[in-house]
Ligand binder design. Structure first.
Ligand SMILES: Nc1nc2c(ncn2[C@@H]2O[C@H](COP(=O)(O)OP(=O)(O)OP(=O)(O)O)[C@@H](O)[C@H]2O)c(=O)[nH]1
Ligand SMILES: [Mg+2]
Length: 232
């Protein structure tokens, strides 16, 4: 069944126009079949590539700083509390964790970076398998990079953005925990992020709150595009 009433806002920036940071917001109609996110199921969690889900179909990975709310975002987007494990303590997600939305379509949860207390040996292990996952996974279509709205684009986030660009992976940024700011402050941060960072990196961005459910529909639309639209 195709639903032609499905839309996505895409922000386009032209970096060649040095003094003119023009940002255009388009609404693109699509004839893509919707995904029933609440049918998501845990598939498996594994560190080594040999144990991962077969590399066929399409997947979108959540990658970002530790404790920014990657796993909580997955739970909210799939409307499945407890599907991905969350915790107040950074470093909860420790493997590559696969969730199936429907046959051949997956969401992937990755361990967070930048938590100072993670032991060096663990950090190095994570870097190795996250690096391998991002660089070699054929079914990986795009990245969702959640960033805490109170601290977006940290040094490590910038490195991740650069890496994504080098690997030609499209990026959608979730400014998470938007409930921690007033609506006005949150919108000002969203605008500031676009003004400051679209000059440097190519990405789309939105506000998101797992606790209040803000931005869930928009995130679902973007993920549907990433998974279904070959032009994305
Ligand atoms: N207020 C608020 N808290 C949130 C939100 N999203 C997540 N949290 C809290 O932030 C903490 C970390 O959430 P997780 O989803 O485990 O974060 P993560 O990025 O998966 O963390 P790691 O797996 O350790 O990298 C938890 O205590 C969540 O309840 C949100 O939208 N608003
Ligand atoms: Mg997590």
């Amino acid at each position: 069944m195709h639903d032609n009433k499905f839309y996505i806002r895409r922000v386009i920036f032209n970096p060649s126009q040095k003094n003119c940071a023009f940002i255009l917001t388009l609404t693109i109609p699509l004839g893509l079949q919707q995904i029933n996110f609440s049918q998501a199921e845990f598939l498996l969690s594994a560190e080594q590539a040999k144990d991962w889900v077969a590399d066929i179909g399409a997947e979108v990975a959540f990658v970002g700083r530790s404790n920014v709310g990657k796993s909580s975002a997955i739970n909210k987007i799939t409307n499945r509390r407890g599907l991905a494990r969350t915790s107040k303590t950074p470093g909860r997600t420790q493997h590559v964790v696969f969730f199936e939305l429907e046959e051949g379509l997956r969401l992937v949860d990755l361990p967070g970076y930048g938590f100072a207390k993670t032991p060096l040996a663990v950090k190095q292990r994570w870097q190795k398998f996250i690096g391998e996952y991002l660089a070699e996974r054929e079914s990986l279509q795009a990245l969702i990079i959640p960033m805490d709205i109170r601290r977006p684009f940290t040094q490590l986030d910038q490195q991740m953005m650069k890496w994504a660009a080098e690997l030609s992976l499209p990026v959608h940024v979730l400014l998470t925990k938007s409930d921690k700011l007033s609506r006005g402050q949150a919108n000002a941060t969203l605008l500031g992020v676009k003004q400051d960072w679209l000059k440097k990196f190519e990405f789309t961005v939105q506000l998101f709150s797992a606790s209040k459910g803000a931005g869930v529909d928009e995130a679902r639309e973007v993920i549907t595009l990433m998974l279904r639209d070959e032009q994305y």
